[in-house]
Ligand binder design. Sequence first.
Ligand SMILES: [Zn+2]
Length: 92
Amino acid sequence: MTTPSTPTTTPRRTEVLAKLMRILSLTEERELSCPEAFLLVDYYTELEMEGENVHGLMPRVAHHLHLCGECFEEYVAVRRLLSIQIEDETED
Ligand SMILES: [Zn+2]
């Protein structure tokens, strides 16, 4: 039996995404609470920095960030942290 050289998948990432999507579907009928938004903001920011359309994927998180200064601050902090990491990675 031959083993095709499939690109390394990250199942854990998919698990996290599934979990987040479940949270999002549970909150479909109402606004996100701050703890929920807080859980999602890391992932939201990461996706955004990868060039994903986060407003389409996670509109509720985007909406919450517009309304909530505290979570927006967390978002800014995560974004700063991620951009530092990206700079480190691209450094020669
Ligand atoms: Zn909030």
